[in-house]
Design a binder for this molecule. Sequence first.
Ligand SMILES: [Zn+2]
Length: 85
Amino acid sequence: MAKQQVESNVCKSCDSEEVSTMQLWQYFFFVSTLPVIVTVTIAVLVEPIFFFLLFIILLINYRVAKKKTPFTMCRSCKQVTQGGA
Ligand SMILES: [Zn+2]
């Protein structure tokens, strides 16, 4: 049985160990929260048709998230590296 690998990444730019790996669902949640709030607000207040737009936004965000994740971000210098741990 392969044991769970502990994240031991270091930043390629500043050698900091303060890096975090962004997974698909985290990135998806991150990029979706604001658009969802805005779109739902508009849909409720102005026009219910915007609920359809919500599905399109979520679909696009999912595809973007799938393409971009996983990636590693340094908390010290904000360096972003493609590819996960
Ligand atoms: Zn760094």
